[in-house]
Design a protein around this ligand. Structure first.
Ligand code: IPM
Ligand code: MG
Length: 366
């Protein structure tokens, strides 16, 4: 098989962590006799600085033709003064909107090796956390029509909270499919007591749930869910929410886990094309840039999602995930997840350690 992968290192720590993910892609390509054509393009602030635009047409066309996209990190304080339509984040809105990448999937986990890292009391985490968080990324306020003007009370602005059946159904299809492959528990979090877009969301989810009688489905308000996710974090299996709520809650969950760099994410189209990135893909902490200290695990685990969802190579995905587990269980940690008793390693060393374990696991195959 042969696949075209576009790599967008992006800003800040993006270029450093992407290099570690590339090692993993190459190892799997050779072990499974698959050709991965990796092409790199500037994106985000880096592209604004070089070409005056967050994504050149050439980069966009390459993304359009690719089977999957790997994105490192987007934005930074340097570009904060730009108007919304010129900011680095436009890359995301353009790729999501124009390539039909409509549903974002973020596995959230606290493994035993990371429990002490979490901000939650340890007794609340005896069952760990193993949740998949899903949101749509083409509805709601973020990518919507915007208005800025002057009214009776001075300057005014609004973003339209727009949803339609297609957007909601795409999220529902992924959410029920993923829930039915896991513990068969799905929670949809909305604001149906105040928003008509959420009322539509809820009615479509209710309707869809009838096709999945084996999935224990429940709708809840997003504010209640935000509270419960902190107080009963271990109880959740698959959670789905509209775009903006999902954006906020998925960052809340990285806060609970205790590192911005360890969780992966995938943004998928119906056809399986996907963009893969760390869960918190706007890590704007410039104090860690180019110091070889950033955690590459989130993006490495994103390559596992790429193998699973876009390249149909689930075995490779499982082996990458297992390699990460082994390295974490052996007590290795980058600075963000370091604590006494662990062995502190750099970005590159972490990538190498995971590569070594992966090669061992792949060798077992032969
Ligand atoms: C995310 C990010 C993006 C979003 C930003 C950078 C536009 O926060 O993917 O969670 O809000 O969708
Ligand atoms: Mg976000």
């Amino acid at each position: 098989m042969e696949y075209n992968i576009v790599i967008l290192p992006g800003d800040g720590i993006g270029p450093e962590i992407v290099k570690e993910a590339e090692k993993i892609l190459q190892i799997c390509a050779s072990a499974y006799s698959t050709t991965l054509n990796l092409k790199k393009y500037c994106a985000g602030g880096a592209s604004i600085d070089k070409y005056g635009t967050p994504l050149t047409d050439k980069a966009f066309e390459a993304c359009k033709k690719s089977d999957a996209i790997l994105l490192g990190n987007i934005g930074g304080d340097k570009w904060n003064g730009l108007p919304i339509e010129k900011r680095p984040e436009r890359v995301l809105f353009r790729l999501r909107g124009e390539l039909g990448l409509s549903v974002n999937i973020r596995p959230i986990f606290i493994k035993p090796s990371l429990i002490r890292q979490s901000v939650l009391k340890k007794e609340r985490l005896i069952h760990g956390i193993d949740t998949v968080f899903i949101r749509d990324v083409t509805g709601g306020e973020l990518p919507s029509e915007k208005y800025q003007g002057v009214g009776k009370f001075g300057k005014e602005a609004f973003d339209k909270d727009y949803y339609n059946e297609k957007i909601i159904l795409e999220a529902a299809n992924w959410a029920f499919k993923i829930a039915s492959q896991r513990s068969k528990k799905l929670l949809s979090a909305d604001k149906a007591n105040g928003l008509v877009s959420s009322a539509l969301w809820r009615s479509i989810f209710n309707e869809k749930s009838k096709e999945f009688p084996s999935v224990k489905f429940e709708s809840k308000l997003i504010d209640d869910t935000a509270r419960d996710l902190v107080s009963n974090a271990s109880d959740f299996d698959v959670v789905v929410a509209p775009n903006l709520f999902g954006d906020i809650i998925s960052d809340e969950l990285t806060g609970i886990v205790g590192s911005k760099g360890i969780l992966p994410a995938a943004t998928l189209s119906n056809s399986g094309k996907g963009m893969y990135e760390p869960n918190q893909l706007h890590n704007t902490d410039i104090s860690i840039v180019n110091k070889n200290i950033a955690n590459p695990i989130g993006i490495i685990l994103s390559t596992a999602l790429m193998f699973r969802y876009s390249l149909n190579m689930n075995d490779a995905a499982k082996k990458i995930e297992k390699s990460v587990d082994i390295v974490l269980n052996n007590g290795f940690a980058t600075k963000d997840i370091y604590e006494e008793g662990k062995k502190l390693v750099s970005t590159i060393e972490m990538g190498d350690l995971i590569s070594i374990e992966l090669k061992k696991l792949l060798g077992e195959n032969k």
